[in-house]
Design a protein around this ligand. Structure first.
Ligand SMILES: [Zn+2]
Length: 384
């Protein structure tokens, strides 16, 4: 065997162990947490993907025009559809944030300020015992959307935030810290440190070489998460990158929660055609994510997916033949939420009114955690 390929083999072995460390720690912690451990055993759902199909997307162009969204339609056929999910905020930022807090955020919330209510990421990490490596947020909109990862609540906040990736593959500070913790036990938790110690013990090398290996693991993880994102172009380039990152995180790390926030559909203000194009392309990327779940035996029977826009759009075209959001019509106020997963009913339509803010408490409930701060409720008629 020549040297490069044996190095590569070793790297893959090491990466596997480092990733095992990342994935093992949560289960160790979950076992010590009564709230997360208790209810979890009864359900097949081990992980959840939340897609905030945001940017303002009407049902008319999604489930109302099935040819636009073959993949969303397939999820709906195998899952539960809520065609009357009511939105409560008509600014993009606050409305999408509401999905993650379960609270109708103030309409006037400034677009670069974190919310005051804890997000489902913080709730699941603090009250559900999930680790940073378990809870991920992939965003399309750069710095502003990273604010969704945690709020300013005194009992929650940054230390319980989601690990975030933005769609351009520029990894944020938290993620860099997390990566470093894979290779350096001083920054890792006790259980991670134990696994890393075993990993290091198995490598008969000098310190400098060990550090080189840790660096290679970091590079490998980073490359894998960014895989294929740079060449994504087109009307939905930012959204496509976020969805690709989410798929790669799922496939590589198999975390407990991955959320994705999209935004490119808001091109609708100036172009109805461009907006439809974004929806169609995002549906194709959603299909890629679903295919990755279904093809992986570790994910296929244990992963739930929820897809929901933050709000719809106006009933009528504006003077530029685009669609704004502000007319108070049912097209704007009601969106369709789709839920698919091993514990959910199949082919069901729940026609009663629900709310977009029900997403956060529903996801928390799937992990056996009560979202005490949320005003929303568990989605009705969801479970088998
Ligand atoms: Zn807009």
């Amino acid at each position: 065997m020549d040297r490069p390929s044996s190095d590569r083999r070793e790297l893959l072995k090491v990466s596997g162990a480092a990733l095992a460390a990342a994935c093992l720690a949560p289960s160790v912690r979950a076992a010590t947490s009564v709230s997360a451990g208790a209810a979890f055993g009864k359900r097949k759902t081990q992980r959840v993907v939340v897609v905030a199909f945001a940017g303002g997307v009407r049902t008319r162009e999604t489930l109302g025009t099935p040819d636009n969204v073959p993949n969303l339609r397939a999820l709906a056929a195998e899952g539960v559809v809520y065609p009357r999910a009511r939105t409560s905020n008509l600014g993009h930022y606050g409305a999408a944030l509401s999905m993650f807090t379960g609270v109708a955020e103030q309409k006037g919330i400034r677009e670069n300020v974190r919310g005051e209510d804890p997000t489902l990421f913080e709730i699941l990490r603090k009250d559900g015992g999930l680790a940073a490596g378990d809870v991920w947020l992939a965003t399309s909109g750069g710095a502003q959307q990273v604010n969704y990862s945690y709020g300013t609540h005194r009992e929650y906040g940054a230390r319980y935030g989601a690990s975030t990736l933005d769609g351009d593959g520029i990894f944020n500070r938290r993620f860099q810290d997390l990566l470093r913790s894979f290779g350096k036990s001083a920054e890792a938790s006790e259980s991670e440190a134990r696994v890393l110690a075993r990993l290091r013990g198995s490598l008969d090398r000098r310190d400098a070489e060990r550090q080189a290996t840790a660096d290679a693991v970091e590079r490998y993880v980073r490359d894998e998460l960014a895989r294929g994102t740079a060449d994504l172009t087109g009307a939905n380039a930012s959204d496509a990158k976020a969805l690709r990152c989410a798929r790669n995180i799922l496939a590589l790390l198999k975390p407990r929660l991955v959320a994705v926030v999209l935004q490119d559909a808001d091109t609708a203000h100036g172009s109805f055609g461009g907006y439809v194009e974004v929806i169609r392309r995002n549906d194709a990327m959603l299909g890629e994510l679903v295919a990755a779940v279904k093809a992986d035996p570790d994910l296929a029977d244990s992963t739930a997916i929820l897809v929901c826009p933050e709000f719809g759009r106006d009933k009528d075209l504006n003077s530029r033949r685009g669609l704004d959001h502000g007319d108070g019509s049912d097209d704007l106020v009601y969106v369709s939420c789709v839920a698919w997963g091993p514990d959910f009913r199949r082919g069901a339509v729940v026609s009663e009114d629900v709310r977009v803010i029900d997403v956060a408490p529903t996801v928390c409930d799937l992990f056996g955690v009560k979202a005490r701060s949320a005003a929303g409720k568990k989605l009705p008629g969801l479970l088998v």
